[in-house]
Design a protein around this ligand. Structure first.
Ligand SMILES: [Zn+2]
Ligand SMILES: [Zn+2]
Length: 143
């Protein structure tokens, strides 16, 4: 994980973002909100300090959906692709790892494994909800 700038964006190319520095954390999220938003069994999350993530093109094309105030989900209003999730209370922005160029996805943890629909046997810690230092129970589950 070097310090080179990375690019991400939506499916149609209307929205482009640039990301600098290194991610604060990379993780799999199994929560129902991520699964429903992506239509996928698991979310490959990469969380960056919010100032490191800049929308460089198509900001006016971004729609936002807030199921809760903890997660502001931004998507392209032209193609519908997920672009990024702002977490204002954490000061972090999540960019779906699969959309980032030149990113080697190296997750260290699973969160919300208690609501998983896909089991992953990779030896990483599996939190039932969240680690305690992120406001969760800190409980872990078997794979
Ligand atoms: Zn688009
Ligand atoms: Zn989630």
């Amino acid at each position: 994980m070097g310090d080179q700038n990375r690019e991400a964006g939506c499916l149609c190319g209307a929205v482009r973002i640039e990301i600098s520095g290194a991610p604060a954390v990379m993780a799999y999220c199994h929560c129902e909100s991520c699964r429903a938003w992506l239509g996928a069994p698991v979310h490959a999350a990469s969380l960056w300090p919010t100032p490191n993530v800049t929308v460089v093109e198509g900001e006016d094309r971004l729609g936002v959906f807030k199921r809760t105030e903890a997660s502001h989900r931004h998507f392209c209003t032209t193609c519908g692709a997920p672009v990024l999730i702002r977490h204002p209370t954490l000061g972090l922005t999540d960019v779906p790892a699969g959309s980032i160029s030149k990113l080697s996805f190296e997750p260290t943890v699973h969160v919300h494994y208690g609501t998983k629909v896909l089991s992953i046997r990779d030896g990483l810690p599996k939190f039932k909800d969240f680690p305690a230092d992120f406001g969760g129970s800190g409980d872990t589950l078997p794979e």
